[in-house]
Design a protein around this ligand. Sequence first.
Ligand code: KG4
Ligand code: ZN
Length: 338
Amino acid sequence: MVIILGIESSCDDTSAAIIKDGVILSNEIASQKVHIEYGGVVPELASRAHQQNIIPVVDTAIKKAGILKSDISAIAFTRGPGLLGSLLVGTSFAKGFALAQNIPLIEVNHLQGHVLAHFIKEHENDTNQPNFPFLCLLVSGGHTEIIIVKSALQFEVIGKTIDDAAGEAFDKCAKVMNLPYPGGPVIDKIAKQGNAFAFNFNKPKIKDFDYSFSGLKTSFLYFLRDRMKENNKFIDENINDLAASLQRTIIEILLDKLVKASKQTGISTIAVAGGVSANSELQKQMQIIAKKHNWELFIPSFGFTTDNAAMIAIVGYFKYLNNNFVGQDVVPTARFEI
Ligand code: KG4
Ligand code: ZN
């Protein structure tokens, strides 16, 4: 029996989870509300909030799992990528816990966590997991990548954004429309009442399977500036159509490349991961494309799309089976390739 305690603290969610032989027992998340009034994550405030939250969150995760601290086989923590001050809190906690309990320490790449979230078993007989190799579209606030997942611990990134991430495009464009942070879920919601073909925005021409979103953000900003000069109520009067049209453009950009990648690699087992994979229209469009191209499609359960520690614990589980441990001299890293 292998019981892993996972710790996630890379951005603005403090999370702890317990996974037993791949099956989730608990997944506690304390989301930090302090950033809302600033319209984005303030790194200094994030680390302080992690420091406050980490002990109670771990405590609750252990209690809800119905286990004892002494039952835990190893502790897995997010080493990066992310905000350094935030990562330091989780890393230091994990080191102290490993030392106190005399158990192995496992470092986890946050992005690998998002991808392997598909392997978290929600109950013992849960067999809804992709076969290797599969293609994963990883779309979060900091990353946009197409990855060939060859095995649980073997990844090949075949495309990535050369500037902003898809989540950033949602968040930054939402800010321009005076919507609250994070903008992704808000745009998702209001876009349901809008016309996705009301406005057209230029799509980038980028080579191979790479992405770019900064041009879209800039053209969106200029478009609104020009229209607001003519009518200073333009944003308010068209907010739903703007959200729906912007969302359609982002989704088209994402899926055009994914279809291309599937054709070129011949891989038709397709997964999506990361915070943006919670987007209802993205999920809908992926289901339509999956039918058309005969894809076997994997979309994570809602709770495993955005940052959580269960995805860190599941990577920890695979690494534990491989005896893949680190020493007490490990340090977090803001940049960390998959
Ligand atoms: O994976 P995540 O929780 O954190 C990072 O590792 O970055 O992703 C956060 C991102 C934010 O940009 C947020 O706006 C976006 O995911 N997001 C969404 C939705 N829910 C979260 N974007 C579009 N539609 C959503 N429903
Ligand atoms: Zn994330």
